[in-house]
Design a protein around this ligand. Structure first.
Ligand SMILES: [Cu+2]
Length: 318
C-alpha cells in the first residue's frame, strides 16, 4: 500500500511538475520571505553607541535571503504601524516594475509581490522610498544570494566557509538629505552594521572576528551599500584566488589583488590562506578614508577556528 501510494504521489507530482514547466523551471520552488520595517535605535559601533536607524526586521543589514536560480520568491513587506515614514523593497535580483512591486507603502500597510530569481549571484536589496539616499544611509539594505542551479563544479568549487559582509556608510544622526547627497557629516564605514565590527587590531573593543582553518577555501559574499562610493576590496596578506563578478559563476577572474564593487552591487571573493601555518588577513576597502574609519575585517586562520562560524546560519556574524 505504501509503495502504491508512493507511486501515485510520484505520478501526481510528475503531473504537477509538467504543469509547472509552463510557468517556471521544474526544479523551482517557492520561497516565502517576510520582512517588517522597523525604525529603531541600533548599536553602530563596538563601544555601544546607538543611533536612530531604519531597518528591515531591526538589524543592519536585514535578514539574509538565500534561494536557488529559478526559485520564486513570495515576498511580504510590512511597514510597522509605529513607524513615521513610508518604505519599500527593491530586490536587485528581481525583474519587475519599479512603479508596481517596488512602490512604497505607508506605516501600518502590508504589500506582497513575487518574482523569479532568474540570474545566479549576490545581490543587494534596499529601500527605494524617497529620499532614497536617506533610507539607504539609515541602514535599509540587505543581501539576497541566488545559488546557481547547476550547483558546485570545478569552475565554482564548494567553499569550506562562507561569510556575508555588507559595507555601508555611517552619517551623523539628523544629517539632511542635501548633506547626505554631498557626503557631509560622514563619520565612518559600517561592516555588517558596525564600525570595525570584526577588527580587534584597530578597535580593541571589537570582540568578533571571522575565522577559518589553514588551507580552507573561504568565500566572501561582499555587498556595497554605500550611498555614493565604490569599494576597492583587497585581502591584505593574500590574493583573491577567484572573484566572481556579481557572484555569477560565469564571471570569473583569477589571482586578483583589488576588485571594485560599485554602489548597490556585490561580488563573490574566494580566499585560500596558507595550509601549513596560522595566518591572518585584513579584508579591507583599500580606499584609505573608508578603511581607517571602519571598513576593515580580520580573518583569523588557525586550527582552533570556531567550527560554527561561516556555516549554515552564521554567514552573517551578528
Ligand atoms: Cu525606507
Amino acid at each position: 500500500m505504501i509503495t502504491r501510494h508512493y507511486v501515485c504521489s510520484k505520478l501526481f507530482a510528475a503531473t504537477l511538475a509538467v504543469a509547472a514547466t509552463l510557468a517556471a523551471p521544474v526544479w523551482a520552488k517557492t520561497v516565502k520571505v517576510e520582512m517588517t520595517v522597523k525604525e529603531v535605535e541600533v548599536q553602530v559601533d563596538n563601544k555601544g553607541t546607538k543611533q536612530n536607524m531604519w531597518t528591515y526586521d531591526g538589524t543592519i543589514p536585514g535578514p539574509l535571503v538565500r534561494v536557488t536560480e529559478g526559485d520564486v520568491v513570495d515576498f511580504t513587506l510590512t511597514n510597522d504601524a509605529a513607524n513615521k515614514n513610508s518604505h519599500s523593497m527593491d530586490f536587485h535580483a528581481a525583474i519587475v516594475d519599479v512603479l508596481d512591486e517596488f512602490a512604497e507603502i505607508k506605516p501600518g500597510d502590508t504589500k506582497k509581490f513575487t518574482f523569479e530569481a532568474k540570474y545566479p549571484g549576490v545581490f543587494i536589496y534596499h529601500c527605494g522610498a524617497a529620499a532614497m539616499v536617506e533610507h539607504i544611509a539609515r541602514g535599509m539594505y540587505g543581501v539576497i544570494i541566488v545559488d546557481p542551479k547547476e550547483g558546485y563544479s570545478k569552475a565554482f568549487p564548494k567553499p569550506d566557509r562562507e561569510y556575508v559582509l555588507v559595507q555601508g556608510d555611517l552619517y551623523r544622526e539628523g544629517t539632511s538629505v542635501d548633506d547626505l547627497l554631498d557626503g557631509k557629516n560622514w563619520v565612518g564605514s559600517l561592516i555588517n552594521g558596525r564600525v570595525f565590527k570584526y577588527d580587534p587590531v584597530h578597535d580593541p573593543q571589537a570582540t568578533q572576528t571571522l575565522q577559518a582553518k589553514p588551507g580552507e577555501r573561504v568565500r566572501f559574499y561582499y555587498v556595497n551599500a554605500n550611498v555614493n562610493n565604490p569599494v576597492a576590496l583587497h585581502p591584505i596578506a593574500g590574493i583573491w584566488d577567484r572573484v566572481y563578478d556579481h557572484g555569477n559563476p560565469r564571471n570569473v577572474s583569477e589571482g586578483v589583488q583589488t576588485f571594485t564593487i560599485p554602489p548597490a552591487s556585490g561580488a563573490i571573493f574566494d580566499l585560500i590562506p596558507p595550509a601549513d601555518r596560522p595566518t591572518n588577513n585584513a579584508i579591507v576597502d583599500h580606499a584609505m578614508t573608508r578603511a581607517l574609519r571602519g571598513a576593515i575585517s580580520v580573518l583569523m586562520t588557525n586550527d582552533e577556528a570556531d567550527p560554527t562560524l561561516g556555516r549554515t546560519d552564521k554567514l552573517i556574524v551578528r
